[in-house]
Design a protein around this ligand. Structure first.
Ligand SMILES: Cc1ncc(COP(=O)(O)O)c(C=O)c1O
Length: 416
């Protein structure tokens, strides 16, 4: 249904103006204009509490974890493990052993492909969707090359919605693994993950959900979704870069071989052979990103403090407003209009290359992403080389949406 800007309710679902005070970077200027940061799908900005958690670790706790008997090491270990517990509670995993810290979503997916993937044989099938980020395509292509497995791709429709019937048709007795995004970074489409997981389980496949985009926008409950693996990155969740999470069902992680060897992942090392540490350490070789883990814990505290329901409601309101403005904007074509959609507005403007749009917007302080968004097959589907993507976070305002459209009007003047 088309909504006109005037029909939308005025009251914000959360106190955005107050929340903006929590994010120092939002107060800087770019090219002499107040920063309008609309590139949140690439990475979101960090609140003081996250910045402070990392600073506090380095200023007061810095020591290597899990190995030291000394006080600092024990304090640092406790802080890192407390962060793991925050992650567990945030996604409702059954136990902290099911939370593996990684560098991010990409590494989490590669871990599953490298380790769980060793079970796959020639002729087995891996099912993904057409809307995946490259990091949920390429690791499976590499696994297919190694194992002789076959990659199948479930298509989406003109609105950017997964065609569930075709997804169902592609599931079969040879499907060993299904990997799909919870929310598309290029289109915003939100997949009906719970139903898709149930369908995949009926044919005996395990399911990995790429939650890189979803975690910052929707409440995620891995027990309710019943997925086998769930991957996400800290930096899209108002947390630090270089830290992410692989949730894995305990029985699966237990049965999987380690993927990287080194310190902390072993129980005993002898030249004749080594044995592995308990979960989750079996998958955490080497010194982890300790400060990042602690920062991610602080980010989760922050998001829970604001409330994911309130965030989702605020962003839905912003998206509806931006979508209404987009419909009224001459020459603008929206790419992705799924009924279930997160706060992403991907579009093209007739006669202007997205990179030119991005450059002109940047000159006005408006940061958007232009390009293929690491989802080239999505671009191919819509027969466009690139799109402009404005993506919203809890701190964005209608005023900033207006700034985006004022910037687009300027683009049209320049190209008139
Ligand atoms: C849907 C999706 N999956 C995976 C990734 C990869 O995340 P990272 O680069 O943090 O590993 C991204 C990042 O943009 C994404 O949007």
């Amino acid at each position: 249904m088309r909504i006109h800007p005037g029909e939308l309710k005025e009251e914000p679902a959360l106190d955005v103006i107050r929340r903006r005070q929590d994010f120092p970077i939002l107060h800087r200027e770019v090219h002499g204009h107040p920063l309008v940061y609309l590139d949140n799908a690439a990475t979101s900005q960090k609140p003081w509490s996250v910045i402070e958690a990392e600073r506090h670790y380095y200023a007061h706790l810095n020591a290597n974890i899990h190995r030291g008997v000394h006080y600092l090491s024990q304090e640092a270990t406790a802080a890192f493990e407390a962060a793991r517990e925050r992650v567990r509670a945030f996604i409702n995993a059954a136990a902290p052993e099911e939370i593996v810290f990684t560098r991010g979503t990409t590494e989490a997916i590669n871990l599953v492909a490298a380790s769980y993937g060793q079970r796959l044989q020639a002729g087995d099938e891996i099912l993904i969707t057409e809307m995946e980020h490259h990091s949920n395509i390429v690791p499976w292509q590499l696994l297919c090359q190694r194992s002789g497995a076959v990659l199948r791709v479930a298509p989406f429709d003109a609105a950017g919605q997964l065609i569930v019937d075709q997804f169902a048709d592609l599931l079969g007795p040879r499907t060993r693994l299904v990997a799909l995004s919870h929310m598309s970074n290029a289109l915003g489409s939100i997949n009906p993950v719970k139903a898709l997981v149930a369908m995949a389980h009926r044919v005996g496949a395990v399911v990995l959900v790429d939650g890189a985009q979803a975690v910052a926008h929707l409440p995620v409950d891995v027990a309710d979704l019943d997925c086998d693996f769930y991957a996400f990155s800290g930096h899209k969740l108002y947390g630090p870069t270089g830290i992410g999470v692989l949730y894995g069902r305990r029985a699966l992680l237990d049965a999987m071989p380690p993927w990287q060897g080194g310190g902390d992942m072993i129980r005993e090392v002898r030249f004749a052979g080594s044995s592995w540490n308990d979960l989750p350490y079996k998958f955490e070789a080497g010194t982890p990103n300790i400060a990042g883990g602690i920062g991610l814990g602080a980010a989760i505290d922050y998001v829970r403090g604001v409330g994911l329901e309130a965030i989702a409601a605020h962003e839905a309101e912003l998206l509806a407003y931006a979508t209404a403005r987009a419909h009224d904007f001459p020459g603008l074509t929206l790419i992705g209009s799924a009924a279930e959609k997160g706060a992403i507005l991907s579009f093209t403007l007739a006669g202007v290359h997205p990179h030119d749009i991005g450059t002109i917007l940047d000159a006005q302080g408006v940061a958007v992403r232009t390009g293929h968004h690491c989802a080239m097959p999505v671009m191919e589907h819509f027969a466009v080389p690139a799109t402009v993507r404005a993506s919203f976070a809890l701190y964005n305002t209608r005023h900033e949406v207006d700034a985006l459209f004022a910037g687009l009007a300027r683009v049209q003047e320049v190209f008139a």
